[in-house]
Design a protein around this ligand. Sequence first.
Ligand SMILES: [Zn+2]
Length: 282
Amino acid sequence: MEVSAFDIQRPFDPALEPLPCADEHGWWFLFRQRDLLLRRLDERRVEPLHGAGDPRPRHADRPEPHFLGRLDGTPCFAAELAGAAPGGELIERDLFRLHGRMDTDLFLLAGRAFQILEWDRNHRFCGRCGTATYRAEVQRVRVCPACGYSQFPRLTPAMMALVSRGRELLLASAPRFPEGFYSVLAGFTEPGETLEACVRREVREEVGLEVANIRYFASQSWPFPHSLMVAFIADYAGGEIQVDGEEILHADWFTPENLPQVPGEMSIAGHLIRWFVNQHRQ
Ligand SMILES: [Zn+2]
């Protein structure tokens, strides 16, 4: 089972401190909302900014960068691009569109950087009492000075399930998908629910089927905006396909020989489907 595609391959040491020296060269993940600031390497390939010190132009309300840790010993920083971008031949691109155009480790780190900035931006005020929060130094947490409430970076676990029936797999089309595009079932976990219970509930709600023998496949950080996708394989155990018409428009059984258009390399859904197809090729 291929699980390594979603992990950083080179040595990465996540850390908040000690902060690197000011003249040390580092990777700078500078974001304006979802857009990452990049340097072109050639027609297709891009990379984040690399250099000594914060490359953003100085201005009074420039938010402090976040030190993420070290990749191969090189310090990595995440920061918001609030005002003008640094000069030069730079481009800003949506993180979602950068898979395959960047070094994979840097792409995965960009996802990490984006989630930390998103959390920092969305928790400037206490969710309990409304007081302005501050960023703690020894842990990645924003703390309220009035009531002490701590807000850690938020992750939303979601499950994904490939339901199989012999050589067939269940694929479904959702209203948000392009025409003719299908994927495995997925959904967010609810409070108090295990991932396995979530698999059973989502499959029942979305296509009206029962499943058994739920096995873990792999997980993927999905920074759009802060999910952790946990993928499972499950066996069909009963029922007739009946779609809800809202979350799922159409679902059906497919063999490896008659697959519709499915997700690509970037997502764990694509890996899950390809893994099944390779297992059941004739
Ligand atoms: Zn508070």
